[in-house]
Structures are given as structure tokens and as C-alpha cells.
Design a protein around this ligand. Structure first.
Ligand SMILES: [Zn+2]
Length: 433
């Protein structure tokens, strides 16, 4: 299979983006660095804003959600907005507030299961730690990102001699008793101190200065290309950092749009989106209100603005797996490296309708990329996305799309090199209207 150099480079950039983003807080910081390098300026929610056509800005909420936008040349009430949404969070294991305990001289860290990971994939991996820590500094508190990017933690399997049925019954863990991660030998120290020491050393502070944290166990293996022509990629968090990266890339490649273009990257999609930083919160609505105020739109013009807007919910799609043909709807097999996928569900687990799907097909045609359509098996429960949530809150037409991938919610997922370039191009066409 021929992979153009440009597609290879985009996929490599995606792998680097993910390697630098082991937690939602890191993902936002990685986006912020790229936006700043492209000349976007940071706005604070506590300030008054001055927004002009051509202005390129971003807002961060809660450290784990970010909205970036370019104010279009056309008035909002006449042209509306094009919004692409995705999510910064991924399912996995999160460290508890008081995680450390000792069992027969071994220190373990208690974890909560965040969202719906494939737990078995976390066994026998070289796990690090990533997230943010509240550190006492002077009279105040500072939130610091931390990434322990070396094998620190492990969930060793039970030997097959003690789990004889594992290949017949699958690898199962009791979430409370069998998921704590091994950290080390207690060595005569309190378990809590053993946990704090590597964090404090990395942050260059005293162990007692660590007040609270939000930390995820993260895989330390870097992203890779695989396949006979290296036509596939593997990494953690392709769901949904691949969509974040494609959306951001499309926005950066659209410097002077006619319509106002927005990329909204939310946290908490994997746990239902109902939070201040989730798609169920006010983040995008608040941005739209401030944009409308900047152009002095009255109530009626605000509704006209919304009625002319379009929302693209970008989240990954389930690629056909040849070993498990029975898991798929036979007429809706979507293939890796065969283009963006439009996802439809009559029960509105996805927000796509005929009009929005047709519009997205048009974006793909203009971008010169292929396009596929997906529906879940009727006898299987269908997952959902931020699409229906944002569409319902804003009342605007919307479509659910995504790049095909394998092993969604595994600690190591895989996808196609070409698909990432295709999706970035299709989203770019959406921003061009
Ligand atoms: Zn997702």
C-alpha cells in the first residue's frame, strides 16, 4: 500500500501529540502549546474579551477542556459557526486520593476505574503516572502537571497455574481487590511516603507540599507504525486524541475563514459529559454568547446565528475486525485506511441525520477523500458520543463522524495512517464551508 509522505508525517505528528499527552490535562497543555506557536492568544473566562474578525483565540476551563476559535470574516448572524467537537479523556485507571497501602511488605496503589477500559489490557504493562498535582507554594497552591514516563507501576497477571481457565473464560479482575497497582517494596517506610517521593522529586518540592492530585496510570510505550507497509499506527488514547489532533490541525490550516470556526475539546466524555468541563456543561454555549455579544447580536440574531451553524462531533469508529465478523452489521463494515466514517443510529446515540450526513459527504468530496457509513448491530447496545448532547443543548444541526480503529478502550489501540490524513482534510473542508 502506498502511503504518501504527507500522510506519514501527519500520523507521526499524531503519535508525538499522544506521547506528550498522557492525561487530559497534558492533552490541553499540548494543544495550548501548538495554538500559541500558531499565534492564537489565550483568553481568561474572568476577563472581558474583545473579539474582532480574524482574531484567533483559545480558552481553557478546569485544565482539561479547551476551546479554540478563529473569528470569521462573515457576520455571525449571516454565516453562523462551524464547530468541531472531540474529547480529551480516555478510559483507564485513576489513582485514589489516599492510594497507598502495604500488603506483606509490598506497596500498592488503589485505583478507580475511569470510564470503560478493557481492564485486561492493563495487565503486565510498563505503567507510569501522569496528571496534575496541587502543590503548596508560599501562601498559595499551584497546580502542576507531572508525567512519570518510566516503568513505575505494574499489574502482574496471575500465573496460569493458578488461573487455569483464563484462556477459556477471559482475564477478569475484581475492581476493588485485584486492580491495585504494585509500586515497590515498603523498605521500612510508610506506604504513603513511598508513593509521594517520586512525585515530589519530579516536581522538585518537599513530599509534604503535595496536597491533592488527579493522576492516571499511563502506558510508557511510545506510539508506533506497524504492518507490512507500516500502514497502521498503534498507541494509547487514539480514542479520542486522534480526533482532537485532526480538529486542531484543520483549524490551524484555516487561517482566514469566512465562517467563525471553533474546535471544542471536552473532558469527561467517557463518564457521561455532565460536568463543567464536559460537553453537557456550558463551555460552548458560553463562548457562543460572548461571540454574539462581541457583534452586538440581539436575541433574534442570536437565534439566526445558531440556525446557520453546524456541529461536527468527531470521535473514533469501530473498524471491521476480520477475526470477529459476527460482531458487525454485515452491510456496514467500515475498513481501516478507507476514509472517515459517518455514524448513524435511529435511537439518537449518534446525532447524524440524513441532511447532516449529506453535508459531511460533501465535505469529503471537496477534500477529495473517501467516506464510509457505520451502523451498529441491531442486537448490540450502541455507544454514544458528545454529538447528541451538544446538538440538544445548542439546537443546531449535527453529524457524528470518526476515523475507523481497532481495540477501542484498550490501553493500546490501533488505526490507519491514511485515515488520519483523510479526517484532517475532511474537517478542513468543513471549516471552509
Ligand atoms: Zn471516544
Amino acid at each position: 500500500m502506498n502511503i504518501p509522505d504527507t500522510a506519514r508525517a501527519q500520523a507521526q505528528d499524531l503519535l508525538d501529540f499522544i506521547d506528550a499527552s498522557p492525561s487530559p490535562w497534558h492533552a490541553v497543555a499540548t494543544c495550548e502549546a501548538r495554538l500559541q506557536a500558531a499565534g492564537f492568544s489565550r483568553l481568561e473566562e474572568v476577563d472581558r474579551w474583545s473579539l474582532q474578525p480574524g482574531g484567533r483565540h483559545y480558552v481553557v476551563r478546569g485544565g482539561s477542556a479547551i476551546v479554540a476559535f478563529t473569528v470569521g470574516r462573515a457576520p455571525l448572524a449571516e454565516r453562523g459557526l462551524v464547530i468541531v467537537g472531540a474529547h480529551t479523556d480516555s478510559p483507564g485507571l485513576r489513582i485514589k486520593p489516599k492510594p497507598a497501602d502495604e500488603a506483606s511488605g509490598l506497596v500498592r496503589l488503589g485505583v478507580e476505574v475511569y470510564g470503560g477500559p478493557i481492564l485486561a489490557t492493563f495487565a503486565d504493562r510498563d505503567l507510569g503516572l501522569a496528571g496534575r498535582v496541587a502543590v503548596r507554594s508560599g501562601n498559595g497552591v499551584e497546580l502542576r502537571l507531572v508525567h512519570l514516563d518510566e516503568p513505575l507501576l505494574r499489574l502482574p497477571n496471575l500465573a496460569i497455574h493458578m488461573n487455569r481457565e483464563v484462556n477459556e473464560n477471559g482475564l477478569k479482575f475484581n475492581k476493588q481487590t485485584e486492580l491495585p497497582l504494585l509500586l515497590g517494596i515498603a523498605d521500612g517506610e510508610p506506604a504513603d511516603r513511598r508513593f509521594r517521593t517520586p512525585l515530589a522529586e519530579r516536581l522538585g518540592v518537599d513530599a509534604d507540599a503535595l496536597l491533592t492530585w488527579e493522576l492516571a496510570a499511563c502506558d510508557t510505550q511510545k506510539g508506533s507504525f506497524w504492518g507490512v507497509d507500516r500502514e497502521f499506527i498503534a498507541n494509547g488514547q487514539l480514542d479520542n486524541l486522534a480526533s482532537c489532533h485532526a480538529a486542531l490541525g484543520a483549524l490551524l490550516a484555516t487561517p482566514e475563514p469566512e465562517a467563525t470556526c471553533v474546535v471544542a475539546l471536552f473532558d469527561h466524555e467517557e463518564v457521561g459529559s455532565e460536568s463543567a468541563v464536559g460537553a453537557g456543561g456550558s463551555l460552548v454555549g458560553d463562548l457562543l454568547a460572548r461571540l454574539a455579544a462581541s457583534q452586538h447580536l440581539d436575541a433574534e440574531d442570536q437565534k439566526r446565528m445558531l440556525a446557520r451553524s453546524f456541529f461536527v462531533s468527531a470521535d473514533m469508529a469501530h473498524a471491521w475486525h476480520p477475526n470477529f465478523p459476527a460482531a458487525y452489521e454485515p452491510c456496514h463494515r467500515v475498513l481501516v485506511n478507507a476514509g472517515p466514517v459517518i455514524k448513524s443510529n435511529a435511537n439518537q446515540r449518534y446525532c447524524t441525520d440524513a441532511a447532516s450526513a449529506a453535508r459531511f459527504i460533501g465535505f469529503c468530496e471537496r477534500a477529495g477523500v473517501p467516506c464510509q457509513q457505520y451502523a451498529h448491530r441491531t442486537d448490540l447496545g450502541c455507544g454514544s458520543t458528545i454529538g447528541p448532547i451538544v446538538a440538544a443543548r445548542l439546537g443546531i444541526p449535527a453529524v457524528d463522524v470518526g476515523s475507523p480503529m481497532w481495540a477501542m478502550h484498550s490501553v493500546r489501540e490501533s488505526a490507519g495512517v491514511l485515515d488520519h490524513a483523510y479526517m484532517t482534510a475532511a474537517l478542513g473542508a468543513a471549516f471552509h464551508g
